[in-house]
Design a protein around this ligand. Sequence first.
Ligand SMILES: O=c1[nH]c(=O)c2[nH]c(=O)[nH]c2[nH]1
Length: 299
Amino acid sequence: MAIVLGPNRYGKAETRVVRVTKDGGTHRIKDVNVSVSLSGDMDVVHLTGDNAPVLPTDTQKNTVFAFAKKYNVGEIEEFALLLARHFVDSQPTVHHARVEIEEYSWDRIPVEDNPHLGLRDEQHSFVRNGSETRTCLVHSDGTGGEESVVSGLKDLVVLNSTGSEFHGYIKDEYTTLEETDDRILATAVTAQWRHRGTSSDWGRSYRRARTCLLEAFAETHSLSLQQTLYQMGRRVLNDRREICEVRMAMPNKHHFVVDLSPFGLDNPNEVFFAADRPYGLIEGSVLDDDAPRSPSAWK
Ligand SMILES: O=c1[nH]c(=O)c2[nH]c(=O)[nH]c2[nH]1
């Protein structure tokens, strides 16, 4: 029997960067979480302890901060591509870079809300916008090499208070679930979509894809969360030619109608118990049949 080294990669995970751009008293902020993972000629590192091929993860973290200052953090896909290409282009031992970024969004607090502070010319107060997170995942084999960009979001929490049914499923000796033609459908969407290319109007593409997901969720009369998931993916692909594949994970956030009959009250789908766990977990992908192959995109 021979023992061999398998696939490996390494990098600095979750470098939290807040970049403030100052235009006089008006500030803009970008709040991101950057994870870098590199691979290449690293066998000796594992086999003999020779660190000559290693770009330390500490250096990777410093690079993230330095690039935030030098190039600013614009659209996260752009920033991820810049970093990924840099690591591969500048280090002969690094052949592949994977950069994953989460972005937390902040809204301005309007100055008019606190005029007594005399801040009329200044805009530097922000409020975190919900739980939703924008994401991207970039792979690069360096400038001119294979590259892929996956954009997405997570924790986009949505609910339809009607327009959802679930019936016609398998019934066996363990089935207790009642069929329903009217229920709450609620989920927290995690979606990732793969771009055909590596240049785009990333901000607009993101906003449109997000709108497609929301509109399809709202407009689909649902016979299952699986059917809704497929319609959401379809909507993105129909609307956005730059996107060729959408992957989604959607927990079914169950809402159970409470039996109020012991109290002499009827409950025609008005009072629900919002259960925390367990939850159904519905996952799936939707893709154009002409989607270009991109073996490393999702790794
Ligand atoms: O939309 C649903 N899909 C299922 O697969 C399922 N299973 C279940 O118990 N409830 C639901 N709802």
